[in-house]
Design a protein around this ligand. Structure first.
Ligand code: PGA
Length: 248
């Protein structure tokens, strides 16, 4: 499968930033379709971002609720994201797992909701700094993966975002051999969990990806793309990552 690059704008973005989305879409349109590019933005921006991107760049959401509709004040369903024009959604990001107490089973329920609505999902996993130091990163990621990825998930429906929490927004990334080791381990867990389909699901690396490190990271075995926070906020910086994935 082609590499998948997903920008994550988090709680950033106003009407005045649509020009940046337009510039990102233009840079995607300019390149041969060597990679799939998506930009996940706050729900308030989705429909305007979809109009601005004009189909050249997939627009996505940053979370969704498990139910279709109902008495859940402040929540947004997967169907609502689709209605706004979203094509994908980030699920179980570590910031939501910690600040909103999202559990593995909750993330799995939202992933089933995304599949029900026809959204592709980027399901995030990743170890805490403590788990990184005490050598339990793999155990932690395996538990998250088995608990958060619904059985019978397909490579069309999901990708895994592996984001070590200590690398998010810190400017630090694991060494390339650590990334390969972790992605190879995640691959094994996917096959254990999903059978042959586990061989083809993309595993994205996330955490301080930028234009400088993207060429190295994206060339590593078992890296199927990247989840990009800070560097996706500016068209210039995100373009450098898109270039690395598209090969030009
Ligand atoms: P970062 O964020 O690229 O700013 O480290 C990545 C993420 O949280 O998805």
């Amino acid at each position: 499968m082609r590499q998948l690059i997903v920008g994550n704008w988090k709680m950033n973005g106003l009407h005045s930033d649509l020009g940046e989305i337009n510039a990102i879409a233009a840079s995607v349109a300019m390149r041969p379709p060597g990679a799939e590019i998506a930009l996940c933005v706050p729900a308030t921006l989705i429909s305007r971002a979809v109009m601005t991107a004009a189909g050249r760049l997939a627009i996505g959401g940053e979370c969704c609720h498990a139910e279709i509709e109902g008495p859940y004040t402040g929540e947004i369903s997967a169907e609502m994201l689709v209605d706004a024009g979203a094509r994908c959604v980030i699920l179980g990001h570590s910031e939501r797992r910690s600040a909103n107490s999202e559990t593995n089973s909750y993330v799995a329920a939202t992933a089933r909701a995304a599949a029900r609505a026809g959204l592709s999902a980027i399901i995030c996993i990743g170890e805490t700094p403590g788990q990184h130091i005490d050598g339990t990163a793999k155990t932690a990621c395996r538990r998250q993966l088995l608990g958060s990825v619904p059985e019978r998930s397909s490579a069309q429906a999901i990708a895994i975002g592996y984001e070590p929490l200590w690398a998010i927004g810190s400017g630090k990334t694991p060494d390339p051999d650590e990334i390969v080791d972790m992605h190879t381990f995640i691959r094994r867990c996917l096959v254990e969990h999903l059978g042959p389909e586990g061989h083809v699901i993309r595993i994205l690396y996330g955490g301080s990806v930028d234009g400088e490190n993207a060429p190295t990271i994206l060339a590593l075995p078992e890296v199927g793309g990247a989840l990009v926070g800070g560097a996706s906020l500016s068209a210039d910086h995100f373009e450098a990552v898109i270039k690395a994935a598209s090969g030009c």
